[in-house]
Structure formats: C-alpha cells, structure tokens
Design a protein. Structure first.
Lengths: 269, 265
C-alpha cells in the first residue's frame, strides 16, 4: 500500500450541531487526479480543509503519507504542509506582492536558495502556466483566469506531493478552462504527485481525472472512473452528471410548505 | 413577562461574557505576536517595508496637523499670557503642552485614524480573500509573517511621528508668537530652554508615545485578524480600531499623566 498517499477512514465532521461529513472513506494513490463532486454545501471544501489539517474531525482520521494529519504537532503539521499545496477558489494571491514575488514566496520562506536560482525556478513555473510575460504585474491587474494560473504556478513552486484544487474551473472562459484542466493533468503526470480536484464542472473534470467521488449528505454516494460515471444508471450520479432538476438531490433548501409560507391556506377553499 | 426579563438578563450576561472572552482572546493574540516576532527581527526588511506604509505615509498629516496645533497654541497662549504681562513665557507654554500632552495624544489619535485603520483594513481584507489561509497552507505563520512586522513598524514609527509633531508644533508656535505677533525671540527660546526638563518632560512624553504606539498597533492588528471575512466585517473592524484606539489613548493618557506629573517639577 506504499503508493497510497492519502487514506481517509470513517471521517465525521460537524460545525456545532450541524453534521457535515458522516463517515467518509477514501484512498488516493500517487500520480492520480481525483475529483470530488457534490452539490454546494455538501462538505467538499471541508474535506479539503480536513486533509490540509486546518480543522479537526469529530471522529475518524485522515492519513497523509502514513501520518495522521490532525495528530501532528504544529511544527510537524507545517513540515507536512511543505509537501502539500492548495489552490484556492479565487487564487488567494498576496495582493501586496507582484506575480513574480507571489510565486517566489514559498521558496524565499522555506529555502536558502540564492536569488539567481529562485529567479530561474519562478520563470520556469510561470512559463508552465504561460504567464512569464506577466511576472512584473500586481495581482490587481490580472483577470480572474490569469490570477488562477498564477496561483497554480505558486502552488507547484516547491514541487509538492499533493495539490488540492478548490473549484479550479469556476468562472473561467472556455480556453482558460481547457488550459487549466490540461495543466492539472500534465503537472500530475510530470511530477508524479496526487491532485484532488473539488469541482462542480462535471464535463471538464471527467476529461482529465482518474477517479471520481460523489459526496452527498455527508457520505460517498458514488465512486468510479470517468467511464463508469458516464454510464452510471444510479439516479444520483445520473442527475448530477446530466444536471437534471428532478432526482434524489433536491434543488430546494428545506422549507415549510410553499402554500403555508404564502399564507394561501383556506383562502381558495 | 418574566420570560422577557429572564432573556433580557441573559442577553446582558452573554454580552459581558463575550466581551471578557474577547479581551482574553486579544491578550493571547498580543502575546503570540510578541512570541512570534523572531522572524521580524531576523528579517528586518519586512519591518522596514511596513515602516514606509505606517510611518512615512503618515508624515504629511502629522506635520501639517502639528504645525496648525502649534500655531493655535501660540495664538491662544499669547492671548492669555499677555493679560498678565507674561507673553514672553509663550514659548514655555507651547513647548510644555506639546511635549507632555498634545504631541503624544494628538499624534497618536492621528496615527490611529491614518495608519491603524489601514492596518486593520489590510489584514481584514487579506483574511477575507483567503490570503491568510493560503499562507497557513504554505506552512508560513501569518502572525509571524503579516502581523508581527506591522506591529513593530507601528511601535517604532509612533514615537518618531510624535517627536516630529512636537517639533513642528513648536516651530508653528514660534511662527505665530515671534514672527507674526512680535514676542521677543530671545526670551521665547531661552525661557523654553530653562523650563523644559529633559527627564521630566521629554522622556515622560516619549514613554507615552511608546505606550500609545503599542496600544494602537496591537488593537489594529487584532481587529484586522479577528474581522469577519466579509465587506461588512472589515468595515466594522476598521471602525472599531479607530474608536477603541481613541478611547485607549485618552484613558491611558490619564493613567500615565497621573503617575508622571504630580506637580513636583
């Protein structure tokens, strides 16, 4: 089992009384791109935060590279995080630093590399996302798609074992979407790392991932390869993949009966 | 009715507990900032960068306000003192008011509204745009990397700004009293030199500015770090920084003054 980077066992998590995750089991191997899909508020981002050790589960565990993440001391957790990376939904670039300095940030914080080598490395990372020419711009001058690409370059700065992408495709134009999708695949293959993509974008992510997990109501509702998912007749998967309104997933937030809320009762009787 | 009374009392209790809890949280945060200041001291470039934003960019408001405050002091001082034929003491009056009280207090109030609010808004927005969370995920501690350099920059720049405020203020008093009104220049400066004591007046004034600098910047970084990550949260935190700082400055000033100046000079 040495090639398994992440092992999640019977993971429960709740915010106060509200249970978000109710027993998640997953394993993720090195060199794979794994998609986690599910409706809004199904706990996908929370799952990423648990893997990154930002929050503690109420029970169960997350093991990364053989170590239980939430049992680590702060120093050990920071050591572990040097091997992980997270791409935030809107990039989360440091607005007071230029594109170049953003990508160089971790190298300067965590290594003693000479500035000339940092420069070469940063330019290589920026070249990989096609933004070498934008190195002197400030984040405020970037479009949403460009910011996401810079953030991607920053997240691979120290060649991590694991990258987590929180909604990497949201709000991108079709060209950036394909480019980012292909980049995720290529980087994963070239660096032999593991990529976890949390996304709503079914069609785009099915093109690049190795496995898909569907999260619904705090549990894994379905699991499979992209081909299995496309051919699945399970009502939940079918609804999600084809974006249908009717199905096991309700579009409506739980509410009182509509007629009661409009106070229609008895009026037309 | 009794239920409403009970819930009212509960509400008061909750607010009191919340405030005390928050005070404890702020103190803990302050201690953490001090403990994690190693990075700022090792990489002093981080502090120097912030010194530019908190110190240098506050210069204009400090210098202009100092000049006007000094000019007003010169005018009012002359107006009052000449009734007793003591107009040559106007230099002493301007210098003592500025060094002991107005310099530290007004400079700190201006500093809180110019630099303190900017620090809060910047850290709050960094939190709202997940920059602090991203930093955590990169195994870089935001308190060491973002909060501590801003804190030390504020603590260093506050006394310097207040000193400048007093110096420019004394010059403003000179302009009005000597150049404009025609008080004797020799007695203006020599009386000032005779009356101002280095330890009693200047050192005590500098101690005040240090205390105000620590208070204002500690409040500013805490409010920014603690802001809810929304537009409303950041604006509320910025307001709280200015209001809390102003109250802290005036309250601390009374406490410090009562210890420092007891009419024994």
């Amino acid at each position: 089992m040495a090639h398994e980077l992440i092992e999640i066992k019977d993971l429960h998590f709740s915010y106060g009384d509200r249970a978000i995750l109710k027993g998640i089991n997953m394993t993720m191997s090195r060199g794979k791109v794994i998609a986690i899909m599910g409706g809004s508020g199904s706990g996908k981002t929370t799952l990423l935060r648990l893997i990154g050790g930002a929050v503690r589960p109420s029970s169960g565990y997350v093991k990364v590279a053989g170590k239980v993440v939430h049992d680590l001391k702060r120093d050990e957790l920071f050591q572990m995080r040097r091997k992980m990376s997270m791409l935030f939904q809107f990039g989360a670039l440091f607005t007071d630093l230029s594109v170049f300095d953003n990508v160089a940030f971790q190298m300067r914080e965590h290594t003693d590399l000479p500035e000339s080598m940092i420069r070469d490395l940063v330019l290589m990372k920026l070249e990989a996302v096609g933004l070498r020419g934008a190195q002197d711009l400030m984040p405020a001058a970037l479009s949403g798609g460009m910011a996401r690409r810079v953030a991607l370059a920053r997240s691979i700065a120290l060649d991590p074992l694991l990258i987590m992408y929180d909604e990497p495709f949201t709000g991108l134009d079709p060209i950036s979407l394909t480019v980012i999708g292909n980049l995720i695949r290529r980087l994963t293959d070239a660096l032999g790392m593991t990529s976890i993509v949390v996304t709503h974008d079914v069609q785009e992510s099915l093109k690049i991932v190795d496995h898909v997990y569907f999260v619904a109501d705090g549990v894994i509702a379905a699991y499979g390869t992209p081909d299995e998912v496309r051919g699945s007749v399970a009502p939940f998967v079918h609804q999600f993949v084809h974006g249908e309104e009717d199905g096991p997933v309700s579009f409506h937030y739980p509410a009182n009966a509509y007629a009661n809320d409009l106070k229609l009762e008895g009026r037309f009787a | 009715m009794p239920r409403r009374i009970v819930s009212g009392i509960q509400g008061v209790g909750h607010r009191v507990i919340d405030s005390i809890w928050r005070l404890g949280y702020a103190s803990r945060f302050f201690l953490l900032t001090l403990l994690k200041s190693g990075t700022s001291l090792r990489r002093f470039g981080l502090v120097i960068r912030e010194l530019y934003f908190t110190g240098v960019l506050s210069l204009i408001i400090i210098v202009v306000s100092g000049l006007f405050v000094g000019m007003v002091l010169g005018l009012q001082g002359y107006e009052t003192l000449q009734r007793y034929g003591a107009e040559s003491a106007v230099g002493t009056m301007v210098a003592l008011s500025l060094l002991r009280e107005l310099g530290p207090v007004v400079a700190a109030l201006l500093f809180a509204s110019r630099a303190g609010s900017a620090i809060t808004a910047e850290i709050g927005l960094m939190k709202a745009t997940e920059q602090l969370a991203a930093m955590e995920m990169m195994a870089v501690d935001p308190i060491a990397r973002v909060v501590a350099p801003r804190f030390w920059a504020g603590v260093i720049s506050m006394p310097l700004l207040a000193a400048l405020f007093s110096a420019v203020g004394i010059f403003g008093g000179y302009l009005v009293a000597v150049v404009l009104i025609g008080v004797d220049e020799g007695s203006f400066w020599s009386q000032m030199q005779g009356a101002v004591d280095f330890h009693y007046d200047i050192v005590n004034g500098v101690i005040k500015t240090f205390v105000f600098g620590i208070a204002v910047t500690a409040i500013a970084v805490f409010e920014g770090y603690d802001a809810s990550p929304t537009a409303e949260g950041v604006s509320g935190a910025t307001t709280r920084t200015v209001v809390t700082s102003a109250l802290a400055i005036l309250g601390l000033d009374f406490v410090l003054t009562s210890f420092m100046f007891r009419g024994m000079g």
